[in-house]
Design a protein around this ligand. Structure first.
Ligand SMILES: C[S@@+](CC[C@H](N)C(=O)[O-])C[C@H]1O[C@@H](n2cnc3c(N)ncnc32)[C@H](O)[C@@H]1O
Length: 312
């Protein structure tokens, strides 16, 4: 399918959709580094602009609009979240794009906190807004560890289907391939994913194999807990503990934080995908991303629908 991607970031979602054979016709982000990373690794079809300055009428037509609209205002890690957080309003640009362009499908990703924001009122409102725009919406909470990603990461996917495509939900979330209980397969551990990387202090040829000097100290909160080598990684985050910096996960050796490369591998970016920007920016781009391998599964479902629902 032809895909328009809003809030594209470094392009985790886009790369996965592309790997499945879809065509990203236009993308947008206002972060200079994320756009540079995207251009270097995915393509030059990304426009560097604030979505507020984009005339949504000029966006190319497509069969699907995707977007991980910014989630800071929704994040459970952010204790001061509020229903009227200005950052939550950016979703309205996504809604507006869908309203104007009327693609058969849309996919919007967000953090789990969106489900409980405002006592559940925010998600209800979002679903109602899209319904009024002519779409049926399914809301699914996914843990990407259940799809073989070496990371516990719970995210909400809103899948929209234009009402004229019928009452039945056409887009089917991929079947789980892994489970905590070992069914169908055991969750992939962080150690299995990154143990092959050499000590980053020694000369090596890996891209972005450098890490934050932020010291490892175990306190009982996000980013400051010991990492169990035999379990999936904790969620790779785009934000720190409220002090502005990104907080990379401690390596399970307890000696240092994960490198940018290791964090990217846990987000299933390929090893030749190079991140551009200062260290904090690279960690943030990675933490913001949809894991590439999970995005590829979504992309395959789009391909199926292209054949079966849109008859192409
Ligand atoms: C959650 S990230 C999306 C990550 C992406 N889906 C991926 O898989 O890599 C949200 C992105 O929205 C961008 N963003 C935030 N406000 C924006 C705005 N006003 N205009 C354009 N982009 C914006 C941020 O720079 C960030 O890259």
């Amino acid at each position: 399918m032809r895909v328009v991607s809003l809030f594209s970031g470094a392009g985790g979602l886009d790369l996965g959709l592309k790997k499945a054979g879809n065509d990203i016709v236009w993308a947008n982000d206002f972060d200079r580094d994320a756009v540079a990373t995207y251009r270097k690794n995915i393509g030059h079809h990304i426009a560097h602009a604030d979505i507020k300055d984009v005339d949504l009428n000029d966006i190319p037509s497509s069969e699907v609009i995707v977007g991980g609209f910014p989630c800071q205002g929704f994040s459970q890690a952010n204790m001061s979240r509020a229903v009227d957080d200005e950052r939550n309003q950016l979703y309205k640009f996504f809604l507006q794009a869908v309203k104007i362009k009327q693609p058969p499908f849309f996919i919007a990703e967000n953090v789990r906190g969106i489900l409980s924001l405002g006592g559940g009122e925010v998600i209800k409102r979002i679903v109602a807004d899209f319904k009024a725009a002519g779409y049926a919406v399914t809301v699914s909470l996914v843990n990407v560890a259940d799809y073989g990603v070496p990371q516990t990461r719970q995210r909400v996917f809103l899948i929209g289907q234009r009402a004229d495509l019928g009452q039945d939900t056409l887009f089917i979330l991929p079947q789980k391939t892994h489970g905590k209980d070992g069914q169908p397969q055991k969750w992939v551990s962080i150690k299995a994913a990154i143990d092959h990387y050499p000590d980053p202090s020694k000369p090596n040829d890996y891209l972005n194999h450098v890490h934050s000097a932020y010291k490892v100290a175990y306190r009982d909160f996000t980013g400051h807990r010991a990492t169990d080598p035999d379990k999936p990684s904790p969620t790779i985050l785009a934000r720190g503990n409220g002090q502005g910096g990104v907080c990379a996960i401690p390596h399970y050796n307890g000696q240092r934080r994960l490198t940018i490369r290791e964090s990217a591998t846990i987000q299933t970016f390929p090893e030749d995908f190079e991140f551009i920007g200062r260290m904090n920016s690279c960690y943030r781009q990675i933490g913001n991303a949809v894991p590439v391998s999970f995005a590829e599964l979504l992309g395959r479902e789009l391909r199926r629908l292209e054949r079966e629902a849109l008859g192409k």
